[in-house]
Every structure is written in C-alpha cells, then in structure tokens.
Design a protein around this ligand. Structure first.
Ligand code: CA2
Length: 148
C-alpha cells in the first residue's frame, strides 16, 4: 500500500515562528514523524512539500496509478485552491485532509476548505498526530474496514 503525503506552502517553516499555533517542532521532525508512523503501520510513504500550487496539482496528477491513498495538508491553499480540489477529484484517489491547527476555531477565512470537499476524512487540531491518524485511517479505508 503506497500513500503520498503532501504538504503545502510555508509548512517547511514549521518551528521557526508561531509555535503556539503550529508547535515548536520543525519540518524535518514532521517528516521523521510521518515516516515512523508509516513504518509502524507497515505502509509505504512518500512525502512531498511545495510552496507552489501548480506543483502540488502536478504531484496529485502523477499519483494517478502510482499511489493508493493521499494525505494532504494544503496549508493556505486549503482555503483558496479550486485547482487542488479539481486535481483530487480528477484522480479519484482516496484522500484525507490534515491540519495541524483546528481551522474550525480560527479566522473565518480558514473555515472553508476546498480540498476537504474531495477528502473522505479530515483531522484538525491534533498537531503531528493528525498525520498518523490519517495514515491509519487510510490503511483501514483502503482495506475496506474503515468505521466511517
Ligand atoms: O493548521 C494547518 O495545518 C494549516 O494548514 C497551516 C497553514 C495555514 O495557512 C492553514 O490555515 C492551516 C500554515 C502553514 C504553516 O505556516 C507557518 C506560519 C508561520 C510559521 C511557520 C509556519
């Protein structure tokens, strides 16, 4: 089982500022956490981060036929990108949305998620743990045993 983990703009700056919202650990620590979580779940994982909307769209398109599931934190593009929404819909690969912070309790503009409209589940406000939960959920979902 192969899962693609996508991270959007500025997530590579984690740990540098706003630790109260996003935590104090840096992006390398996030990738290490995701890789460890995937290894424990016995799923193959590839991580990709970009600050560019089109690169994320291309990566989603390239996942077609190559990955079984997608975990995506589109970061700021969550709230703006119909292109990422359309790409997720086009490839029809089961996708789970993750946000480090609880976007539902933040500014009004963060409460719309376009990408989320093409995702089977969303984890928000769990910090790094959201990525592990998303991998575990996708593993069950792809095996046909997900609870919801
Ligand atoms: O909570 C999340 O995971 C977000 O996707 C993070 C995005 C934000 O735009 C979304 O609304 C929610 C921000 C990514 C990282 O931004 C940083 C800002 C300052 C310092 C370091 C990272």
């Amino acid at each position: 089982m192969k899962i693609l983990v996508l991270n959007g703009p500025n997530l590579n700056m984690l740990g540098i500022r706003e630790p109260a919202i996003y935590g104090a650990r840096n992006f390398d620590a996030l990738i290490a956490f995701i890789e460890k979580s995937a290894a424990e779940a016995q799923v193959e994982v590839e991580c990709y981060q970009s600050n560019h909307e089109g690169d994320l769209v291309t990566k989603i398109q390239e996942a077609y036929g190559a990955f079984d599931g997608i975990v995506i934190n589109p970061a700021a593009y969550t709230h703006t990108s119909v292109a990422i929404l359309d790409a997720l819909k086009a490839v029809q690969i089961p996708a789970v949305e993750v946000h480090l912070s609880d976007i539902s309790t933040r500014e009004a503009f963060r409460q719309v998620s376009y990408a989320g409209m093409a995702c089977v589940k969303t984890y928000k406000g769990l910090g790094f743990d959201g990525y592990r939960e998303a991998i575990l959920f996708l593993k069950d979902y792809l095996s046909g045993t997900a609870k919801e």
